[in-house]
Design a protein. Structure first.
Ligand code: GLV
Ligand code: MN
Ligand code: MN
Length: 397
């Protein structure tokens, strides 16, 4: 019998700290997760390879055979994240193959498990970087020039040849269907009447904007209040304006990251950089929200005599998952609930190119991107069984 708790326990300590998981893309911890994946895959007789964009693939059957059914997710986490966001999809994929074997099912199509690189975009700023590169949804020259918070360029951090970054049409064309299993990042499945596994319908459009505020650094004790050009004030106003603009539209806006220069208690800052994460149910609402915030911030900057500039770091259009695949999977799973999400996924990137679906596993806390993220062993086992059913239907019939 596929044993979720013991396989999970063998991965869980990697990158764990009292404040949550720290599995930056290509960090020691994330590399250790990929090594774990390689060993687990090879122990199951799968062939393992890493593509030119840093995504790791494990294959049952002929990797180049075409019309493959691919499943998987990512190992990287946000700083201080939960343990399930990403890895649950990869662990469940390995176990689902064990279930197929136990059932005596033989795939008639190649089956792949993928660990995508830098899904969270926590290190290099662009969400779903590995899948975007694969699909040709980001300029490879832009990706090659990305630097992490310490200034390390992506190719160096990842050990990748910059000329090998970019679209991989042959690999993409070989994928007949992609299914990502993921922890639910909300409480829809936990709500009455509840269900351990759901099927995704859509992902809200969302994006990230870097906001650079500049002013004049000066002495906190001697600079008259009227004489200041304090970028922290413009920044503080921005946080409140974004919150209000989102509330007015039933949308989401978050400023979760900020960096202050020079970051001294007794000095007016010279510069503040902050990142706005904005999401909405449709693109025109998202655009309206961001335009509104940026216009208000520009007005405020004029009053503060500061300057502000905004740069889009990544933008993801609305994803509607393949209706046929969604309905087929929901029926196969006995009428599983179908739900949208505000969270981004590699499946959202793949969905623009190949028939794609997602399974969500119930999260009793609803928390994600924080240590409180959770799932019971029983629900994770139900997720494995559901994924095994889906792989049987898509790859073995
Ligand atoms: C990724 O999980 C995101 O939604 O930002
Ligand atoms: Mn995430
Ligand atoms: Mn994820």
């Amino acid at each position: 019998m596929a044993d979720f708790p013991s396989l999970w326990a063998s991965l869980a300590p990697i990158g764990r700290s009292p404040g949550g998981y720290y599995r930056w893309a290509w960090s020691d911890a994330e590399r250790a997760c990929r090594l774990w994946f390689t060993e687990q895959a090879q122990a199951r007789g799968l062939s393992v390879e890493t593509d030119g964009n840093g995504n790791t693939w494990a294959w049952l059957g002929d990797a180049g055979g075409g019309n493959a059914v691919v499943t998987g997710s990512h190992f990287d986490s946000v700083p201080g994240g939960g343990g399930f966001d990403g890895p649950l999809g990869i662990v469940s994929a390995l176990l689902a193959l064990d279930v197929l074997k136990e059932r005596g099912e033989t795939p008639v199509r190649p089956v792949g498990i993928v660990a995508f690189a830098e899904e969270e975009g926590s290190r290099f700023g662009v969400a779903c970087l590995g899948s975007r590169l694969l699909c040709g949804d980001i300029d490879p020259a832009r990706a090659a020039a990305l630097r992490d918070r310490d200034g390390v360029p992506l190719p160096e951090a990842a050990g990748l040849d910059p000329t090998g970054l970019g679209p991989d049409p042959k690999r993409l064309a070989g994928i007949g269907a992609f299914v990502e299993l993921h922890i639910e990042q909300g409480r829809a499945l936990a709500a009455d009447p509840g269900a351990p596994v759901g099927v995704a319908s859509a992902i809200w459009p969302h994006g990230r904007w870097r906001l650079d505020f500049t002013g004049a650094g000066d002495h906190a004790g001697t600079t008259r209040m009227a004489d200041r050009r304090d970028p922290m004030l413009t920044f503080a106003y921005t946080v409140l304006a974004a919150n209000k603009a989102a509330r007015l539209r039933d949308a989401h806006a978050t400023v979760g990251r900020v960096s202050v220069s020079p970051n001294a208690t007794n000095a007016i800052p010279a510069a503040v950089t902050a990142w706005l994460d904005a999401r909405a149910a449709d693109r025109s609402t998202l655009d309206g929200l961001v335009d509104d915030v940026l216009a208000k911030v520009a007005e405020r900057a004029a009053r503060d005599r500061t300057a502000v500039s905004a740069t889009v770091e990544s933008l993801s259009p609305e994803t509607t998952f393949d209706h046929g695949l969604r309905d087929r999977i929901a029926a196969l799973l006995g009428g599983a609930p179908v739900l949208p999400t505000g969270a981004g996924h590699d499946a959202g990137v793949l969905a623009a190119h190949v028939p794609t679906a997602m399974l969500f596993v119930r999260n009793p806390t609803g928390v994600s991107h924080a240590p409180g993220e959770s799932a019971t062993d029983e629900d994770c086992a139900a997720g494995v069984a559901a994924l095994a059913d889906v792989l049987t239907e898509l790859a073995c019939r």
